[in-house]
Design a protein around this ligand. Structure first.
Ligand SMILES: C[S@@+](CC[C@H](N)C(=O)[O-])C[C@H]1O[C@@H](n2cnc3c(N)ncnc32)[C@H](O)[C@@H]1O
Length: 154
């Protein structure tokens, strides 16, 4: 994640599904090197609060705008252009997140999605789209068993 943030020379990143902040911290470590910032979205207040505390404890809170709310309502409010997006929330909503994020992406940016190997069924429409959408070039990487898609925007 950190390497991809660097590769995309990320100034603006969005994360869909903060949970308690683990991936957000890794994204932020990449952003320290690129001089970028992250907006991360979480619908669950308990997890959002823990993430905010974790970002502070690790010292990356200055790089992260953690927003509480439904990503489907919040993504349209995130300012673009975006260089990096990480999708890791409700698996059956991945296509909706993707459609909201794609128009905000700059060319050369990356849209990364988690669990593409472990949860292919609920996100089948999303997987078909990223494999066939002429606007992106998608590769699947499996550093663990869960699988990530990385869609580079053309
Ligand atoms: C797998 S966890 C995210 C893990 C996190 N990205 C990490 O790697 O540390 C998925 C999170 O998405 C959140 N979520 C689910 N639907 C959402 C929505 N519509 N908007 C925002 N967050 C949502 C869940 O509450 C949950 O905390």
């Amino acid at each position: 994640m950190r390497d991809l943030v660097r590769k995309a020379n990320t100034k603006r990143a969005v994360e869909v599904g903060t949970s308690t902040g683990y991936s957000g911290i890794w994204i932020a470590l990449g952003l320290k090197e690129t001089g970028g910032r992250l907006v991360t979205l979480e619908i669950d207040k308990g997890r959002h609060d823990v993430a905010v505390a974790n970002f502070k404890a690790v010292g990356v809170d200055g790089l992260i705008d953690a927003r509480l709310g439904d990503a489907l309502a919040e993504i349209p409010k995130v300012a673009g252009p975006l260089d990096f997006a990480f999708i890791d929330a409700a698996k059956d909503q991945y296509l909706k997140y993707y459609e909201l994020i794609l128009p905000k992406m700059r060319k050369g940016g990356a849209i990364v999605a988690h669990n593409v190997k472990s949860h292919p069924e609920p996100m089948r429409d999303f997987l078909t789209r990223i494999r066939t959408d002429p606007k992106v070039r998608t590769e699947i990487v499996t550093p663990g068993q869960q699988g990530f898609s990385v869609s580079w925007v053309k």
